[in-house]
Ligand binder design. Structure first.
Ligand code: AMP
Length: 282
């Protein structure tokens, strides 16, 4: 059977995956919303090391956008995305024509790591993510799926979701890919003009300084408050949060780090663009 590189229909996707399963291939999956950059490609590279076939998906998932967010303007360029995926050694790109039935009535509500942080500012977000990821995993049925640490709370939410619902997939994490000045790569970075791009580049610098202070014994609230002030002084519009949390549970940490394994997580708005970033503490 000759294989198309891009598939839109669920039936064709299933028959391709079944064909591979029949030949004892293992399957890795990388879900994306397109507008790809080197961060996405690093996930494909990781996926290739862990499975014999790699499937990527491109779908801008409406259920994770709230009213007034950038669903309509989110950058879309399937031709370029597919060229990048082919060059990276991806085997199949799934671009679903339809994910939701008009009568769709099911929600997926994850607690634990999905609570707080992003959810305090984008209440709809993890419901949308959990739903699309569950549906895509059911359609592709991969052995492994790769997610970026760039969306750290999302990664832990998906780990919790797949464990709780017995979805037979291993979730692998890929490190954050950054621009030269340390700004985490993101499809939304293309919204910046030259001046706002310079300001955006300060976020990771301030984040690292804050993480170092906490690792060296500073009081967590004092260090995160100081970082918030620095972010505003750098020219950001506002800060949603700067928070230290347990690496695995994402429970917020206060006082001193002591022997906890901590992660510093940040969300802030730069000239109308919402940025998130995170790093390990210590
Ligand atoms: P998105 O297209 O933004 O939904 O992202 C698709 C996947 O790529 C998610 O698992 C993200 O965490 C991951 N990703 C996005 N940006 C980066 C980055 N800079 N480094 C590593 N992974 C990333």
């Amino acid at each position: 059977m000759t294989t198309a590189f891009t598939v839109k229909s669920q039936t064709v996707l299933r028959s391709q995956i079944c064909g591979w399963r029949g030949s004892a291939e293992t399957i890795a999956f990388v879900p994306t919303m397109g507008a790809l950059h080197a961060g996405h490609i690093s996930l494909i590279t990781k996926a290739k090391k862990h499975a014999s076939k790699v499937v990527a998906s491109i779908y801008v998932n409406e259920t994770q956008f709230a009213e007034g967010e950038d669903l309509d303007t989110y950058p879309r360029d399937h031709k370029r995305d597919c060229e990048m995926l082919r060059a990276a050694g991806c085997d199949l790109v799934y671009i679903p024509e339809k994910m939701y039935d008009p009568y769709h009535s099911t929600t997926v509500n994850v607690g634990g790591p999905a609570l707080g942080l992003e959810t305090n500012h984008r209440a709809h977000f993890f419901g949308g993510v959990a739903l699309i990821v569950t549906k895509l995993l059911n359609r592709v049925q991969p052995d492994i799926a790769v997610f970026g640490e760039k969306d750290y709370q999302q990664l832990l939410t998906i780990r919790r979701l797949t464990a709780d619902l017995d979805i037979p997939v291993r979730i692998l994490a890929a490190p954050i890919m950054r621009e030269k000045d340390g700004l985490a790569m993101s499809s939304r970075n293309r919204y910046f003009d030259e001046e706002s791009r310079k300001i955006a580049g300060q976020l990771n610098v301030i984040m690292r300084q804050c993480a170092e202070e906490i690792a060296s014994g500073a009081d967590i609230n004092t260090a995160t408050d100081k970082a918030t002030i620095k972010i505003i002084k750098a020219g950001f519009d506002n800060v949603d949060y700067v928070a230290a949390a347990d690496t695995n549970s994402l429970e917020l940490l206060t006082g001193h780090l002591n022997n906890c394994r901590g992660r510093l997580l940040i969300a802030a708005h730069c000239k109308g663009v919402r940025l998130i970033d995170n790093c390990q503490i210590g």
